[in-house]
Design a protein around this ligand. Structure first.
Ligand code: NHO
Length: 363
């Protein structure tokens, strides 16, 4: 019989999207494989697709897209287009768009599976979360979002396996932001002095670790979104990423300055605030780290600074690595720990491509 065909639409071709396309090309040319056909690709400004669903060449898609004169279809039209494809379709959302996230229930209800690193759909309102999973349950379409927490690290699949095999997760704790990891590993290293806080923030931005406006990392919301996703998977109906305590590292006075550049210019005047926190930890022989935790029994979720012994695995993290510890009944007092690179295009795309492989085998 002919190989199974699956039509793929890719929305978003930035850092993660480009890495995903090169992994998709390798996957599509490997044999034996289902025939993966790229039927639609778009950024916020341009799109590429053929009305007869003939496949777009994956290897040259980014270049062709740059030269395309087509505008993106409205999102509801993308759903219509994919729902009418000659075989099953998967929508790969490589944007951070709330609008695209809100499209998932409609897409899923029409049989289109979703694969994405976009946190918005799973960490927004609890209603959107419920709409997504009930639409998938009734249509049989699949939805996977491994890279929404810890990039390519197997965080979500591990938590799902723990829950579905009947283990009881009691606590989840860790460093969930590559940017925050880098900042504290360099500002308050376990050995040596570390740099000035504002200098480390500038350095992190120069190395490409931060969002264009570093305040989007420093306000703690990215970590709060990841904790919201994990808490919900562990069975807590968390209402939103702002419904629990989240510590922001943006000085009050700089919350409303106009640009990220102006923020960086003014930040040195506030270095003493973090210097004091660092010194207080040092007095106890500890180092400070930006962590998130979920206590399932007390239903408490929190994000912020905490002190750790220098020998603690969280203190000993390197570079921009993430670490996530799952405390469960089965694992007892030694948690199941996942650690490694938690940010960057290639590792994030790996989670997306891995999800796509699972979906293709299931639809
Ligand atoms: P880019 O490079 O800004 O690309 C976004 C693309 O989406 C662009 O092509 C843009 O034109 C397109 N786009 C936006 N809105 C659109 C719309 N409405 N319609 C069509 N196209 C639209 O973003 P990235 O870096 O490639 O990220 C893509 C997604 O992956 C985002 O949802 C991001 O949150 C997610 N993600 C990225 C990373 C990462 O390392 N880059 C990670 C996880 C998820 O684990 C990583 C992480 O959390 C990093 C974090 N900052 C940390 O830990 O420090």
């Amino acid at each position: 019989s002919a190989a199974k065909q699956v039509y793929i639409a890719v929305i978003g071709a930035g850092g993660v999207g480009k890495s995903f396309l090169s992994q998709l090309q390798a996957l599509a040319t490997r044999k034996p494989s289902p025939q993966l056909k790229l039927a639609y690709i778009a950024t916020s400004r341009k799109a590429l697709f053929n009305d007869d669903y003939s496949a777009i060449d994956i290897g040259s898609a980014v270049d062709s897209l740059a030269g395309s004169s087509k505008s993106p279809l409205a999102l509801s039209q993308v759903v219509d287009y994919l729902a009418a494809a000659p075989a099953k379709a998967v929508l790969v959302d490589n944007t951070s768009s709330q609008d695209v996230a809100e499209l998932y229930p409609l897409a899923l209800s029409r049989g289109i599976s979703i694969v994405t690193p976009n946190k918005k759909a799973f960490s927004g309102s609890y209603k959107l979360w419920q709409d997504i999973f009930s639409a998938a349950a009734s249509s049989g379409a699949k939805v996977y979002h491994e890279s929404s927490v810890g990039a390519g690290l197997p965080v979500i699949s591990t938590l799902k396996d723990l829950v579905e095999t009947g283990d009881k997760v009691t606590k989840v704790e860790g460093v969930f932001s590559g940017t925050m990891s880098f900042l504290f590993n360099s500002f308050a290293p376990t050995e040596g002095q570390g740099g000035k806080w504002s200098a480390e923030v500038k350095n992190a931005k120069a190395l490409g670790y931060t969002e264009p406006d570093p305040r989007d990392d420093l306000n703690g919301l990215d970590v709060a979104r990841k904790l919201t996703i994990l808490a919900r998977l562990a069975g807590l109906p968390v209402e939103s990423p702002t419904s629990f305590p989240v510590q922001s590292l943006i000085p009050k006075e700089l919350e409303s300055v106009a640009s990220g550049d102006e923020f960086l210019e003014k930040l040195p005047a506030f270095d003493q605030q973090l210097e004091d926190i660092k010194a207080e930890a040092e007095k106890e022989g500890k180092v400070v780290r930006f962590v998130g935790s979920i206590d399932v029994a007390t239903k408490s979720v929190k994000v912020g600074l905490e002190k750790f012994d220098r020998s603690h695995p969280i203190a000993a993290l390197k570079g921009s690595d993430n670490i996530i510890s799952f405390y469960t009944e089965r694992y007892g007092s030694n948690p199941l720990i996942i650690q490694g690179a938690g940010a960057g295009g290639d590792v994030t795309a790996m989670g997306v491509t891995g999800d796509l492989i699972k979906v293709v085998s299931q639809i």
